[in-house]
Design a protein around this ligand. Structure first.
Ligand code: NDP
Length: 259
């Protein structure tokens, strides 16, 4: 039973046959009620994992948890920018569900504006949610993962890698998350914990509502916005890849090639 939740075996000594069986894990998805996090929750549930869905809106988190394939999923309220909230969420999870195997950090907000027009309050909200929030949840999950191993995927952004005018603070939060991901990957590798980052481009969610204009689409080599399920596929791949850590995987339709 490896940390990635997979196991290989041979059937006979003469006919070496290997097969991969996915072991059920407890997966915790912050920002799981909507958009990319919701698609990740759906895919993990389809793979047979038990999912804890978290967002500030408790009803939305519970509704998503109830809509998932299979049983025993849980929806909880948690504001990742608040340390006490995160601590309480992990206490509830460890009491009611047990050891965390997978953590996905998809909670995020944007307050896009040119830097000179950005309000300090908005800058702090973005940094506290996107960067500090993921740091707090990783620390919370590690306490559980240290003895059993595990895998973490943080959701960054192509703009954290490439930058974008009007998104200075948002880009900084995502670039910071990339540095954090690589450092944490080094810090916990010996404990059988992988930490990776998926950096999406334009994905069709509430966050990008109204942005899907011809000019934006034209910049994307694949010629369209991505779907949340297409990001979820990459997240699942990293969670289930026990020999990949400290990587940034762009899921952006080639946007980084064009900019
Ligand atoms: P959505 O706005 O569709 O969903 C955001 C999710 O995060 C919701 O579940 C929301 O629930 C939750 N959330 C927001 N703030 C908090 C908070 N403080 N604490 C806990 N949960 C929170 O966004 P996307 O699905 O589009 O984005 C998901 C991630 O992907 C974000 O980190 C985003 O920055 C990143 N991303 C998105 C791209 C896109 O094109 N859509 C591109 C690149 C990166 P609630 O409001 O109830 O808290």
């Amino acid at each position: 039973n490896q940390h990635g939740g997979t196991r290989s075996f041979c059937t006979t000594s003469s006919h070496l046959a290997t097969a991969t069986i996915v072991m059920s894990r407890l997966a915790v998805v912050f920002g799981g009620s909507r958009g990319i996090g919701r698609a990740v929750s759906q895919l993990l549930a389809q793979r047979g994992h038990r999912v804890v869905v978290l967002s500030r809106n408790k009803e939305a988190a519970q509704a998503t948890a109830e809509s998932l394939h299979g049983e025993k999923h849980l929806g909880l309220s948690c504001d990742v920018s608040k340390e006490e909230n995160v601590q309480k969420a992990f206490e509830t999870i460890s009491k009611t569900c047990g050891t965390v195997g997978y953590l996905v950090n998809a909670a995020g907000i944007n307050r896009d504006a040119l830097l000179l027009r950005s309000k300090s309050e908005d800058m702090l909200s973005v940094l506290h949610t996107n960067l500090l929030g993921s740091i707090l949840t990783c620390r919370g999950a590690l306490r559980s993962m240290l003895s059993h191993g595990g895998a973490i995927v943080n959701i960054g952004s192509v703009v954290g890698v490439k930058g974008n005018s009007g998104q200075c603070v948002y880009s900084a939060s995502k670039a910071g998350l990339e540095g954090f991901t690589c450092s944490l990957a080094k810090e916990v590798a010996t404990r059988n914990i992988q930490v990776n980052l998926v950096a999406p481009g334009f994905i069709r969610t509430d966050m990008t509502a109204g942005l899907e204009k011809e000019e934006a689409v034209r910049r994307i080599p694949l010629g369209r916005f991505g779907e949340p399920a297409e990001v979820a596929q990459a997240v699942l791949f990293l969670l289930e890849s026990p020999y990949i850590t400290g990587q940034v995987l762009l899921v952006d339709g080639g946007l980084q090639l064009a900019s």
